[in-house]
Design a protein around this ligand. Structure first.
Ligand code: GLN
Length: 303
């Protein structure tokens, strides 16, 4: 194929050279029309590292490096995907989460930094040798896997109602060399998780975003991530939290701990729900950006 160059001379396309610096500039120009400058910059740098298999540091040392036609094509295609707001983690196929590499594909929620904060809270508040852990609605498996990696002698069970999610979560547990048992289970259904009274830690990051809050979200979230993992009806924002609270009470051993991610607009309502269901020592915690984001509650030993 032949194309015009800037001197209006026909050249074979393969002879058109482009350096890393030039390509970076071109990708940035395309993306900065849709993303804020800082974000466009980091997207370009993640894409370049991913496609050229070089660290950010190596990239900065090789600005004059010539980029092959093939790599340019792949990068331009990825840039188009980003312009359609496909999340970068679905493009590279993975993300890092609390010392774990987690495969991300459409069909599972992309692990969030606030979920890393939840894992950290669990790790720091549960000094146990071999806990029995249950993760309800595991998605990519990130929470269960990070905990199984930390609590080396734990038994970890993770459930989800989506086959796609369970398949990805199983892959992630193998990738991270941990043993997690996965079970297809719908927390809103009537099937029970057994055995009762046997878990020391139960956790969940259930759907909690109200349909009406969708307009505050970015298109890379609502256009690409699974709605079933995100949204609750406006008429019943604590739908999942209510069901999880009652089930968790049955499944936890006395003194067992429940950890949940919550909607920042409902800390008081979530606290009330937990205390109405006989949980004690309820603690609501903000995430780093300062939003009410997680709760810890204990099943009293004398009940
Ligand atoms: N924290 C996520 C978000 O705001 C939502 C996760 C969830 O609904 N469990 O995009």
């Amino acid at each position: 194929m032949y194309v015009y160059n800037c001197l209006n001379v026909y050249l074979p396309e393969d002879n058109l050279k482009m350096t890393l610096k030039e390509l970076k500039k071109e990708l940035f120009t395309d993306l900065s029309l849709l993303y804020p400058g800082d974000e466009a910059n980091s997207l370009v740098s993640v894409l370049l590292s991913h496609v050229l298999k070089m660290s950010a540091f190596q990239l900065s040392l090789n600005q004059e490096m010539e980029i092959s036609q093939n790599a340019r094509k792949v990068l331009k295609n990825h840039s188009k995907e980003l312009q359609a707001f496909k999340p970068i983690q679905y493009i590279t196929g993975y993300t890092e989460f609390y010392n774990c590499r987690i495969v991300c594909k459409p069909g599972v929620l992309i692990p969030r930094p606030e979920s890393e904060e939840l894992v950290d809270w669990i790790v720091k508040s549960c000094n146990m040798e071999n806990p029995r852990i249950l993760d309800i609605g595991t998605g990519s498996g990130c929470l269960a896997i990070a905990l199984a990696k930390h609590f080396k002698n734990a038994y970890t069970l993770a459930t989800d109602n989506s086959e796609t999610a369970l398949e990805i979560a199983r892959k992630n547990s193998k990738l991270n060399n941990v043993t997690v048992e996965f079970q297809k289970h719908d927390i809103l259904g009537s099937q029970e998780i057994s055995p009762k009274g046997s878990f020391h830690i139960i956790l969940s990051n259930p759907p909690y975003v109200r349909e009406s809050e969708k307009k505050q979200m970015k298109p890379n979230v609502y256009d690409w991530e699974p709605a079933s993992a995100l949204f609750v009806p406006d008429s019943d924002p604590l739908l999942y939290h209510r069901k999880i609270t009652t089930e968790a009470y049955k499944l936890l051993s006395p003194g067992g701990k429940l950890f949940l991610e919550i909607n920042e607009n409902f800390p008081a309502e979530t606290e009330r729900l937990l205390s109405e269901n006989k949980f004690v020592d309820i603690e609501i915690k903000k995430d780093i950006p300062g939003r009410y984001r997680m709760v810890k509650a204990i099943k009293a030993t004398n009940n």
